[in-house]
Ligand binder design. Structure first.
Ligand code: AMP
Length: 239
């Protein structure tokens, strides 16, 4: 059972009890600089409501809250980043430190996008791109007009749930910029619901919204990836 604990550091930031470097404040979401940047540009985007992690948020938040957060995410990305990775850590496997939902936007490294993801993802545990092997091994668990959801083993027991957008949607950020929030919200809710069916939240996970596409069929498709499996975390010495 989830229980949001008030008094965490982001709750205090929202209540202006502690200072931080705010970039933008909207009705339901704010963006500020990470106090301990992992790259030249490192921004956090958070909802102002009490949600523990991305699964909690996409399951329970209203469409207004989701739209405001995604609007802010797309806006900060456009204004401050030429290319970046968006990552959200959840629970033990994701090594989430602050139990208030947040999305890291990281960029500004003079390298191709994959290495940005790798650099941020501690010990290179989390691959930024998915291999053809993954797609060959994965199973389709939901198929709709705008996206499909796959689930499968990546390697060494590390599992990935992957949301592949239809080619017409180009990237997740393009889709956000189109302000098609009703459909995006439905997709994110379906994603959160599949996380529930697979019991992903219990062990923890890492959501990666990459800046590039992955091969699935003959077309390149943009995907959101959820890496999970608590036992891999333990095997590789993560607590
Ligand atoms: P996570 O490990 O995904 O929970 O990330 C938490 C992030 O919050 C880390 O990158 C921290 O550097 C960042 N952080 C912690 N306290 C503050 C603060 N007071 N102001 C800005 N960022 C913070």
């Amino acid at each position: 059972m989830r229980k949001y604990e008030f008094g965490n550091v982001f709750d205090k930031i929202l209540k202006k009890e502690i200072a931080c470097d705010f970039l933008k404040e909207q009705k339901y979401a704010v963006a500020f600089k990470d106090i301990s940047p992992q790259a030249p540009e490192h921004v956090l985007v958070i909802p102002s409501g009490p949600y523990i992690n991305y699964i909690d948020f996409f399951e329970r938040a209203s469409i207004e809250e989701v739209a405001d957060l995604l609007d802010l995410l797309a806006c900060v990305r456009k204004e401050r980043f030429s290319d970046c990775a968006a990552i959200s850590n959840q629970g033990k496997f994701g090594k989430q430190e602050v139990l208030h939902f947040h999305i890291h936007l990281i960029g500004g490294i003079k390298q191709k996008t994959p290495e940005i993801g790798d650099q941020f993802c501690e010990k290179k545990l989390i691959p930024y791109e998915l291999s053809r092997n993954y797609f060959a091994r994965s199973k389709k668990i939901l198929s709709l007009e705008d996206f499909i959801i796959l689930d499968g083993e990546y390697e060494q027991g590390l599992r990935v749930m992957c949301v592949l957008l239809s080619p017409a949607r180009r990237t997740f950020f393009d889709w956000c910029a189109s302000r098609d929030f009703e459909k995006i919200n439905r997709m994110l809710r379906d994603m959160a619901s599949k996380c529930g069916e697979l019991n992903i939240e219990a062990g923890g996970s890492r959501l990666v919204i990459g800046g590039s596409t992955n091969f699935y069929d003959n077309k390149k498709r943009f995907c959101l990836k959820i890496f999970y499996n608590a036992c891999v975390g333990n095997m590789l010495g993560r607590d």
